[in-house]
Ligand binder design. Structure first.
Ligand code: SF4
Length: 351
């Protein structure tokens, strides 16, 4: 295939069809590195539709990296609540503070320089370098992998075939407008070359696509079957005080949901560690001793590596404030930095 012609066709399609996203600049214009960085961190494991309101909220509140660097960490965590993968929010703040205090508020303009910042890995470094600074580097996400697998009819399965797909994308990259090329590939994967039913009739590469010509496009990329996710179990303690306040606790700073508020709960364990908790076992982990009443049903949530099933018990406490905990009025629960699983527990307990 002629790389030149393919990249030119793709860029012409992008000039006409680029998605309008709040962190994007129009085709041909470099984007603001703060916007690219913020959006790329938010987009990790999260859909574009879910990210847009969060991106707008962050930009309204903290229009520059210097504003974000000066923000209070609790406020940032509260603004992030609901987006998931909370380590990203902690790293976001660390990175902003580093850029502000060490680099005078300017992001480095090379992949190496960007990779040295807290929370920035290979992918995000490549995205910022190419989209904000025009560096000749190709950004490869799941969308791009799918397009390359189909264009070249690569039948070897993911994840092993990733390096070859990256190489394919790099071979087609133009000398100029590398950032637009990366974004065009992502847009093609997100809008036309979708996982099911690719809209080949509208695709700028319809005549060249080997996957389409061989009639196998919709089955690509192939994948090595994934091991099934285990299910973990936990029990949450919904504790009310005489004035109706509810006890919330701050989770330890590291690990899953580190530093976020929670409805106090037992550790989460899978079947090899005992599976579902009996009330007797669980009550040893309760922050206060109460007489417990089970809430009917369970709360389910899926994380990247496991499913979680939580049962909830309620109790009335006479008082006391265990370490890292606070009493919160039911009306202000909605304003707390509660991750999605904890919001589900709140809804379940308040039914
Ligand atoms: S022709 Fe179809 S399968 Fe091939 S890249 Fe375009 S949308 Fe994807």
């Amino acid at each position: 295939m002629e790389a030149d012609r393919l990249s030119r066709t793709l860029l012409a399609w992008y000039d006409a069809e680029a998605r309008r996203l709040p962190w994007r600049s129009p085709p041909g214009v470099y984007a603001d590195p703060y916007h690219v960085w913020l959006s790329e961190v938010m987009l990790q494991q999260t859909t574009v539709a879910a990210v847009i309101p969060y991106f707008r909220k962050f930009l309204d509140r903290w229009p520059t990296v210097l504003d974000l660097a000066a923000a209070d960490s609790e406020e940032v965590m509260a603004a992030w609540a609901g987006l998931g993968y909370y380590a990203r929010a902690r790293n976001l703040l660390k990175c902003a503070q580093h850029v502000a205090s060490v680099l005078g508020g300017r992001f480095p303009d090379t992949e190496d320089g960007l990779r040295s910042l807290p929370g920035i890995g290979d992918y995000t470094a490549a995205a910022i370098a190419s989209i904000a600074f025009g560096r000749a580097t190709v950004v490869v996400d799941g969308n791009v992998e799918r397009v390359m697998a189909r264009l070249f009819a690569e039948q070897a399965p993911l994840p092993g075939v990733k390096p070859r797909l990256k190489q394919r994308a790099a071979q087609l990259a133009p000398q100029e407008r590398c950032g637009d090329y990366s974004q065009a590939l992502m847009d093609l994967g997100a809008t036309l070359c979708t996982p099911r039913n690719p809209a080949c009739g509208l695709c700028p590469w319809v005549r060249d696509c080997q996957g389409r010509l061989q009639g196998i496009a919709a089955d690509l990329p192939a994948r090595t079957p994934k091991a099934e996710k285990p299910t973990r179990h936990g029990l949450a303690f919904w504790i009310a005080r005489w004035d109706g306040s509810i006890l919330l606790r701050k989770r330890p700073p590291h690990g899953l949901l580190g530093g976020m508020l929670e409805v106090p709960s037992t550790p989460w364990r899978d079947s090899s560690e005992g599976g579902a908790w009996t009330l007797d076992e669980a009550s040893k982990h309760a922050p206060l001793s109460c007489s417990w009443h089970p809430v009917r049903g369970t709360v389910r949530h899926t994380f990247t590596h496991f499913h979680l099933e939580m049962t909830v018990v309620t109790g009335i406490a006479r008082g006391g404030e265990p370490p890292a905990s606070r009493w919160v009025s039911p009306e202000s629960l909605g304003e707390q930095a509660l991750p999605t699983i904890m919001r589900k527990i709140v809804r379940h307990a308040m039914l």
